[in-house]
Design a protein around this ligand. Structure first.
Ligand code: NAD
Length: 474
């Protein structure tokens, strides 16, 4: 039922004679597959094939690249049920969410197919009539990309579509926890007719693979989505070799619910958004600041909506929320709850593991938190909601901005003035007002401060994969 896993190098799927890593089903802890790790010779071959393929791919026409991305998108939609099933098995999210991930990945491919035809340069009027001054955009070269386990397909698609659409070749290491979607992605491009070597997939010990690839003189660009600490390590290494970078890192997204918000609606929507992918979403709301006049009403609706969330295996149609991806993440989440409890916080809902097997955590609501509770500083990446009462909007904005993160922020209010003031004052790369529509193919996705460098999606999506060339011709 679970697909076979492989490396993909120079257009070949490689499974045999490699060290194997077990892949576990987070819903029951059972081994569902074996992932082959790349040998050093495989990494060299991936680098070599990406370098050779770049020479041809950089000269492909935008229309050719666009057609290829479109064919990959069509195959993704065709194979959506199988790909989604693999995601639910190794990552844990409910099947309906996994299907949405596949279709949104297809949409990202389609968006990149459209935008790839619009990578324009410009002509700059010269000081002399005989001189012609042009600026062209060229692909940066071979890219190394590292993607996380929470949205194994869509996070990989963003990097692969941008690199391929820009005319780059790349080596991608997905997350070893949930690898099936990345292997499926390689199959999509293989079957769509991508020339061998333009896309290569490797697996291994993350730090060893990233270290090897980033140090290689063949690699010109590094793109990473994952946690802030790992992002900083990779940024330091990339800086040592002056590689171009894109980083999509963690967040700790504040939500400000003002007295004049439609509080019941906000509470219901926030509860449902909170349990999406069991809270393992980088833009998940993680610090809930609620103004005092609506605090009690908010808590009541928010907690009762969360209490109704059905937790279970993602394969069961009745499950609204699946398990956390790993035992490691479950223990990290329980540690945050314990820390809050020890410091005097009130556990209004949940707070414990569910069931004897699998990595299930009950949706959890924490209140009366002291400012030094770890969860108010560390990103929970779990279905845990710390709710904080505030009186003065300025104080809530100060608290919201007090962390080094700056990914997403949300505001719930019916006052235009309040909304304008908050969106201007919040230190975040993306702000949602009265809804969560901030992650679409046509809009730029990215953070400020420690949450990242650069953005993916939107008309900016190719920026990180292109370099400028200025030509002055007499
Ligand atoms: P982690 O720091 O242990 O690992 C994050 C990811 O980076 C994993 O997929 C891991 O395989 C990979 N990784 C680790 N070391 C690496 C290295 N040296 N080189 C290349 N890749 C490496 O974090 P975690 O506990 O797995 O995940 C939780 C944290 O990750 C969250 O707090 C969240 O901030 C972050 N995260 C962010 C996103 C996002 O979309 N921005 C996605 C997933 C995870």
């Amino acid at each position: 039922m679970y697909p076979s896993l492989s490396l993909y190098i120079a257009g070949e799927f490689i499974e045999a004679d490699r060290p194997l890593q077990e892949v576990l089903n987070p819903a029951d802890g059972q081994v569902i597959g074996h992932l082959p790790h790349a040998l050093p010779a495989d990494l060299d071959r991936a680098l070599d094939s990406a370098e050779r393929a770049f020479e041809g791919w950089r000269r492909s026409s935008p229309v050719e690249r666009s057609d290829l991305l479109r064919r990959a998108a069509a195959l993704a939609r065709e194979r959506a049920p199988q790909i989604a099933h693999g995601i639910t098995l190794d990552q844990g999210k409910p099947l309906a969410e996994a299907l949405r991930e596949v279709h949104s990945s297809a949409e990202h491919l389609e968006w990149h197919a459209e935008e790839a035809r619009r990578i324009y340069g410009r002509v700059i009027p010269a000081r002399q009539a005989e001189v012609r001054q042009t600026v062209t955009l060229e692909p940066v070269g071979v890219c190394a990309a590292f993607t996380p386990w929470n949205y194994p397909l869509s996070q990989a698609v963003k990097k692969v579509a941008a690199a391929i659409g820009a005319g780059c070749s790349l080596i991608l290491k997905g997350a070893e926890e949930s690898p099936s979607a990345v292997v499926a992605l390689a199959r999509l491009f293989h079957d769509a007719g991508l020339p061998p070597g333009v896309l290569n997939i490797v697996w291994g010990e993350p730090a060893q693979v990233s270290d090897y690839l980033i140090r290689s003189p063949i690699v010109r660009k590094v793109s990473f989505t994952g946690s802030v600490p790992v992002g900083k390590q990779l940024a330091a290494l990339a800086g040592q070799y002056l590689k171009r970078t894109t980083f999509e890192l963690g967040g700790h997204s504040p939500v400000l619910v003002f007295n004049d918000a439609d509080v019941e609606l906000a509470a219901q929507q926030l509860a449902r958004f909170k349990v999406l992918n069991a809270g393992q979403v980088c833009i998940s709301p993680t610090r809930f600041f609620v103004q005092e006049a609506v605090y009690e009403r908010f808590l009541e609706t928010f907690t009762s909506t969360l209490a109704g969330v059905r937790v279970g295996s993602g394969l069961e149609a009745t499950s609204d929320m699946g398990p956390l991806v790993s035992q490691r993440r479950l223990h990290a989440s329980l540690r945050l709850i314990e820390d809050a409890r020890d410091r005097g916080a009130h556990v209004l809902l949940g707070g414990e593991r569910l069931g004897p097997q699998g990595n299930f955590l009950a949706p959890t609501v924490l209140t009366e938190l002291p400012v030094d509770a770890a969860i108010l500083h560390e990103e929970p990446f779990a279905p845990i909601a710390p709710v904080i009462r505030f009186r003065d909007p300025a104080e809530a904005i100060r608290s919201a901005n007090s962390l080094p993160f700056g990914l997403a922020a949300y505001v719930f209010t019916h006052s235009l003035r309040q909304a304008n003031h908050a969106t201007a004052a919040l230190e975040a790369g993306m702000v949602g007002v009265n809804h969560f529509g901030i992650a679409l193919p046509e809009t730029p996705f990215g953070g400020i401060k420690d949450s990242g460098i650069g953005s993916e999606g939107g008309s900016e999506t190719f920026d990180g994969y292109l370099v400028r060339k200025y030509v002055s011709q007499l």
